[in-house]
Write a protein that binds this ligand. Structure first.
Ligand code: GDP
Ligand code: MG
Length: 829
């Protein structure tokens, strides 16, 4: 009976906890373990929750949760022993007394009954397996549809009793045919302890489709790789052990006709039931970025609603809702307050259909086949290729051991080339626009701090950054195209081996590439990596992937100091980041996350022409994020920096310069030419003095000694300091700090080149620029990235860790480059 059925004051001993996943774990952690005694403290018929005492603790459970715990009660026990005593005539036959430990023994025994359901495609040998195991003689036929309803058989092995049910064969678990519905209802209503998924080894691709759906449902299962004799005869090679490791489900070869492997199969059923099986783990079929986002949103809504039955996986319900599954829709409809969920679901389906140009059901089906073909690509070698689809032909080249790499490198090169070359034109237009706005405001506003704030602080700061919007859009155009077409999955596939050398997994590759766009979504994309170790490393090294926010800094400095070799220097930056990431990943793997990783499936979805709509949506989302950042953090930082640099207005030394300028202007002894020259020089000194004495100058000077060995003056120090908010801010800070006189029409690069320190030495040299670019590449990931890491790792410690390690690394690298470079330059000169 169920725990919820025990009345106040009654006792029971736990037989087993049903349900799945997190729920089950929580209940077991509360002390509801097989063989333990539970006392009902209070169970009033309409009261919820119910109060229990278990293992000395008082706990309360919701009625619906208690209904998923099977127990033996005293009355049940008494009834059983009475019937037994009629035959044994034991001495205390009618005393009615029993011992607690006897009750426990009964519960333990009952816990050794395992309910097993056989599920598989028609004609894969389920009934044969059932017959062999249970000794029954059901009709076995070589045509589908023979098993109309479920048959039950019982047998024992190794002290466990198996109650197996032979279910009708199905290809899928959608609700189209009566068989499919029947099997699904059985899984939900009967809650078998373990499912045996019988798979026809001679037709893996089609048979594993059902397996993916069972994975979605999150049932505990064992796969019987049946018709193993056929597989061996065919000469195909199948590494079922490595597939088992990837999907976290034991796979046991069987030949149900002869009984080969069936004992081993049921032994595995026992270890899965007892949760001692070494490879047992729950994996997700990854449906790809777009679909996953919607699935997750629905899953969260279902979770928030809170009325969904514990026996259902919410992820499964979300998938089925998107699939427009009638049964699941009706079920969700029957729950209270689910109208908004269903409405959202309809909206989502429509959006997805427009984006993907196919209905969601097809999209999900394709993704499942992608999962299967990825899994088989790694584990299955066909003796001879039967039929080839265009996807297979393309994959022959693209995922080829040798050819794959040049193709991949070409695509990467093409992507970056296009990002920078094509981006130049719109960049110039925007630059021009920003300048016009600045001039307009300059001409039409009265002099004063407000005008200075608008022109130099806001338009200068934000304008300096907004020009890079086109680059970012183009980069995302490529990334979205590669993702949606299915190529990115192949790239991950061929990178798998290399990634393993870094202690990562092929799946880490996509977030790393995305990191070139923006580290924040990239860090969120690590969710698809199952193994926590790989995931953590991928997250922690992601800031070394040079995101597009650092691009403005490179473009500015290479433009000013490496105009001839701009592309080479850019490439150097990106590859330094990658190289450092490799080294750091290896170190982390060695010292922080040394546990061995579990293998998992790399999906190979069929190729598809991405729709322009889905790509535009992706691009628009990124643009929105970028503009958001612009309006938020960059705007605030610009205003703050401008303010800190603008005040205090008046200083002693400043007044002296002013009177000197006046003096020069009113002088009669100097020629006009001499006059302007002296005034310009005095103005320069005055401005510099003002900047140095401004608040920001003081902060910069305070931290500058720590950065001086890297070749940085106080202005660079200040811009690096403010760049912690977001790296684009480095450029906007420089452009605010280098406003100079509003009369001259120098561009920012020209001003950087011209800037001299007190001794008249240039502040920026190519070596300084290089050191600064490297520093910007490595140091402090922006605030948003740190927040993303804290969120995803669920620990602020990793956020702190990233800050510390990146800043240290940046200092060391820049120091080495600057000092070695200076020595080298001295030698040459
Ligand atoms: P069901 O539809 O899944 O219940 O499949 P059946 O048990 O009715 O078997 C279908 C056919 O496959 C029968 O002709 C069986 O004899 C045959 N069969 C079952 N298991 C095996 C096996 O392991 N190897 C081979 N070669 N044939 C098998
Ligand atoms: Mg059958």
């Amino acid at each position: 009976m169920r725990l919820s059925e025990l009345r106040t004051g009654e006792k029971g001993v736990i037989v087993k906890v049903m349900g799945r996943g997190a729920f089950r774990k929580r209940i077991i952690e509360m002390g509801f373990i097989r063989g333990k005694m539970v006392d009902v403290i209070q169970n009033a018929p309409l009261k919820d929750p119910i109060h229990y005492k278990v293992m000395g603790y008082d706990v309360s459970l919701r009625r619906s949760d208690a209904a998923l715990i099977e127990v033996v009660s005293e009355t049940e026990f008494a009834h059983l022993t009475n019937t037994a005593q009629q035959y044994t005539e034991s001495p205390d036959a009618d005393s009615g007394f029993y011992q607690d430990n006897e009750l426990e023994a009964l519960a333990l025994n009952k816990g050794k009954i395992i309910n097993v359901a056989l599920i598989g495609n028609p004609n894969c040998g389920k009934t044969s397996l059932f017959n062999f195991a249970s000794g029954a003689h059901e009709h076995v036929g070589n045509y589908s549809g023979v098993t109309v309803d479920a048959k039950e058989g019982v047998f024992t092995q190794n002290g466990y009793t198996f109650r197996i049910v032979d279910l009708p064969g199905t290809y899928s678990l959608s609700a189209y045919t009566p068989e499919e519905l029947y099997v699904r209802r059985h899984l939900v209503q009967e809650q078998p302890d373990v499912v045996i998924n019988v798979v026809d080894a001679s037709n893996l691709e089609r048979n594993l489709y059902l397996t993916t759906q069972l994975i979605d449902m999150d049932v505990r299962m064992v796969i019987a790789l049946n018709m193993y004799d056929d597989l061996e005869k065919s000469g195909n090679k199948f590494d079922h052990e490595s597939l088992a490791g990837m999907i976290g489900v034991p796979i046991i070869p069987t030949i149900s006709k002869t009984g080969f492997g069936i004992e081993a199969l049921f032994n595995r059923v026992i270890s899965v039931y007892e949760e001692t099986d070494p490879i047992l783990r729950h994996v997700h079929v990854n449906y790809g970025d777009t679909l996953e986002k919607y699935i997750n949103a629905l899953r969260k809504m279902l979770k928030r609603n809170g009325t969904v039955d514990k026996t259902y996986s919410k992820r499964y319900l979300a998938i089925k809702l998107l699939e427009n599954d009638k049964e699941v829709k009706q079920y969700v409809q029957s729950l209270p307050e689910t109208k908004p969920i269903l409405e959202t679901c309809n909206q989502y389906s429509q959006q997805l259909e427009e984006m993907l140009k196919e209905d969601t059901e097809t999209a999900l089906t394709n993704a499942r086949y992608g999962f299967i073909s990825g899994a088989l690509r790694e584990t299955f070698v066909a003796n001879k290729i039967k039929e080839v689809s265009s996807t297979q032909i393309i994959d022959l080249f693209v995922t080829h051991k040798v050819l794959g790499f040049p193709i991949f490198i070409f695509f990467m090169w093409f992507m970056f080339e296009a990002t920078f070359k094509l981006g130049e034109y719109p960049m110039q237009w925007i630059e021009w626009g920003v300048e016009q706005i600045g001039n307009f405001v300059r001409n039409f506003m009265p002099e004063g701090p407000l005008k200075d704030l608008l022109v130099d602080g806001i338009i200068g700061g934000v304008g300096g950054v907004i020009v890079f919007l086109p680059n970012i859009l183009i980069l995302y155009l490529f990334i979205s195209f590669m993702e949606d077409s299915g190529y990115m999955a192949r790239a991950a596939f061929i990178m798998d081996k290399i990634m393993h050398k870094m202690g990562l997994h092929g799946k880490s590759f996509i977030p790393l590439v995305m990191g070139f766009g923006c580290n924040v979504p990239a860090i969120m994309a690590t969710r698809t990596i199952e193994s926590r170790n790989s995931r953590m490393i991928t997250m922690l090294i992601n800031p070394l992937m040079s995101c597009s926010a650092r691009l403005p800094v490179y473009v500015l400095l290479t433009g000013a100091f490496f105009a001839e070799n701009a592309s080479t220097v850019l490439l150097l930056m990106y590859s330094s980041g990658i190289l450092l990431a490799v080294i750091v990943a290896k170190l982390f793997k060695r010292f922080l996350f040394s546990k061995e990783d579990v293998p998992f499936v790399m999906e190979l979805p069929p190729y598809r022409m991405p729709t322009s709509k889905s790509i535009l949506i992706h691009m628009w989302e990124k643009a929105k994020q970028y503009l958001h950042k612009m309006g938020g953090i960059i705007l605030i930082a610009s205003i703050l920096i401008w303010f800190l640099g603008y005040f205090p207005r008046e200083t002693e030394q400043g007044k002296i310069y002013e009177s000197q300028i006046e003096h020069v202007n009113s002088s009669n002894t100097l020629s006009e030419k001499e006059k302007t020259e002296t005034v310009t020089e005095l103005n320069r000194l005055k401005n510099m003095e003002h900047q140095q004495n401004s608040y920001i100058g003081r902060i910069g000077q305070a931290i500058q000694p720590a950065l001086a060995p890297l070749g940085f003056d106080w202005k660079i120090s200040v811009s690096l300091l403010s760049g912690m908010a977001a790296k684009e801010v480095v450029v906007s800070t420089l452009s605010v700090l280098y406003t100079g006189d509003s009369e001259d029409s120098q561009t920012l690069p020209e001003r950087l080149q011209a800037d001299k320190d007190k001794e008249g030495n240039p502040v920026f040299t190519p070596l300084v620029a290089l050191s600064m670019m490297l520093f910007v590449l490595i140091y402090f990931p922006c605030v948003a990235t740190v927040i993303a890491i804290v969120n995803e790792s669920k620990s602020w410690k990793w956020g702190v860790f990233v800050i510390v390690y990146t800043c240290t690394l940046a200092w060391v690298v820049s120091f080495t480059v600057y000092q070695l470079g200076s020595i080298l330059l001295n030698l040459i000169n």
